[in-house]
Design a protein around this ligand. Structure first.
Ligand SMILES: [Zn+2]
Ligand SMILES: [Zn+2]
Length: 170
């Protein structure tokens, strides 16, 4: 008999399943809202409903300069980002009720960006559990969560379910 999955693994697996719905070729992010052991919502990054998504209209790219640390050296790197989609975390907030979010936990495949983290910090949730890290905003997001008293942790050693990791172009 297969070993029973713990709750963290169970809900992160569902977040990865949700991420497979994303049509953005650059980033597939999934997230779920959980209260106790109850699943209250799922979301992924995507264009507003009824509007052409990245698979139909292509990604809507913007170029940004980012300060990146490599081997202790700071470097300015030009990066492209797709802004067509509403981030998974923001969709989760759009599709859930404030009442349901009070005291709930958010599982998300990727560490939230600054904007999403800022919104989550004001959404009533008490913990964020993520898998893949996002170094760009990591420091300020961590500081924000500490100030808000919101649990913020990475699932170490977690393996996403087979077939849920998309071939993304960054
Ligand atoms: Zn896109
Ligand atoms: Zn975001």
């Amino acid at each position: 008999m297969a070993r029973r999955k713990d709750w963290d693994t169970y809900f992160m697996d569902i977040a990865y399943m949700a991420s497979t719905r994303s049509q953005c070729s650059r980033r597939h992010v999934g997230t779920v809202l959980v209260q106790g052991k109850k699943l209250l919502g799922t979301a992924y990054n995507g264009a507003p409903s009824g509007v052409s998504d990245c698979s139909e209209a292509g990604c809507m790219l913007v170029e940004e300069f980012e300060l990146v640390q490599t081997d202790g050296q700071e470097q300015v790197v030009k990066k492209q980002r797709c802004i067509r989609t509403i981030h998974a975390e923001q969709n989760l907030l759009l599709f859930t009720d404030r009442e349901d979010r009070e005291g709930s936990v958010v599982y998300v495949t990727d560490q939230p960006c600054w904007t999403c983290a800022n919104m989550l910090a004001n959404s009533g949730i008490t913990e964020i559990i993520y898998h893949r890290s996002y170094p760009k905003d990591s420091e300020k997001v961590g500081a924000l969560m500490e100030q808000k008293g919101i649990g913020f942790r990475r699932m170490e050693g977690y393996e996403p379910p087979p077939g849920t990791i998309a071939d993304v172009h960054n």
